[in-house]
Design a protein around this ligand. Structure first.
Ligand code: HEC
Ligand code: HEC
Length: 222
């Protein structure tokens, strides 16, 4: 019996190690695809943030991806890489020109490993499980549409369709796209992610509790 149990345990361990090894291999393969597809000509993947001035920010051709694994949800990322629809209503780094779209797309074969690679890029500033997501967060909703100017800059879903301002990234579908714990970390420590900020800082304006409420509300956006 003992030998049978230990053989079984041994097999389990081998299987688990194989799963981990495959995940690592996929991330490594994804890194190769990322570099081979010229993605790094517009995105940097090595943290911490390097932008120090407005000029540094304007020199960037695309959003930084060094914390992509903390910011995004894997299934959304894998689907978006194959069919990249505009996220920002305006062109990146512009408040005047509309987003021209046309982001490079990856094949299904490439998107899997690239997702594994990007999901391996994380930030220690994001703590898992801090935002409790429920169907509704009325306090967060009030902050988003009334108490704070969030909705003046961000599109969000309404019963009819959607509403809101155009200067920030659209938050329509944010419940599938963004990790709520990252949204909280971003509100609490904006400098870690955006040392040159375009969005107002809410530290001191919103309590930690209210930041959690508003992050939980954003997580309900379909
Ligand atoms: C010519 C520059 C350019 C290249 C090349 C490029 N991107 Fe992008 N990428 C952008 C811009 C600009 C955005 C913002 C798009 C939007 O908001 O709709 C973006 C957005 C993204 C996002 C979402 C980031 C966020 O914070 O919203 C991911 C993920 C991404 N790109 C991955 C890739 C991958 C993978 C490749 C290579 C296959 C790639 N990009 C190639 C410019 C580029
Ligand atoms: C004056 C316009 C403005 C206001 C007000 C504003 N934002 Fe933003 N927000 C932005 C911009 C611009 C960005 C893009 C990041 C950057 O460059 O700072 C952003 C980024 C974000 C992101 C990340 C989206 C992504 O896909 O990268 C979230 C989440 C967010 N804001 C939530 C909020 C919440 C919640 C509030 C209210 C408490 C708020 N914003 C208020 C302009 C604004």
């Amino acid at each position: 019996m003992k030998t049978l149990a230990s053989t079984f345990l041994g097999l389990m361990l081998v299987a688990m190690a194989t799963v981990v090894a495959i995940a690592r291999a996929d991330a490594a393969a994804g890194k190769e695809v990322f570099q081979g597809s010229d993605c790094q000509s517009c995105h940097y993947t090595q943290g911490p943030a390097t932008e120090k001035s407005i000029d540094d920010q304007l020199a960037k051709k695309g959003p930084e991806l060094w914390y992509a694994g903390s910011k995004f949800q894997g299934p959304w990322l894998q689907a978006w890489l194959q069919d990249p629809q505009p996220i920002r209503p305006m062109k990146f780094n512009s408040v005047m020109e509309p987003n021209p779209g046309g982001h490079p797309a990856l094949s299904a074969d490439q998107a899997g490993p690239v997702t594994d690679y990007l999901m391996s890029l994380t930030s220690d500033a994001v703590k898992a499980g801090t935002v409790k997501v429920k169907k509704k967060n009325l306090k967060g909703r009030l902050i988003f549409i009334k108490k704070m100017p969030c909705s003046g800059c961000h599109q969000f879903p309404t019963k009819k369709k959607f509403s809101g301002g155009l200067s920030g990234p659209s938050l329509v579908g944010a419940g599938q796209r963004l990790n709520p714990d990252w949204v909280l970390a971003y509100l609490q420590q904006p400098k870690v992610f955006k040392p040159v900020k375009m969005m107002p800082v809410f530290v001191g304006l919103l309590s930690d509790k209210d930041m959690k409420n508003v992050a939980a509300h954003v997580a309900t956006f379909k």
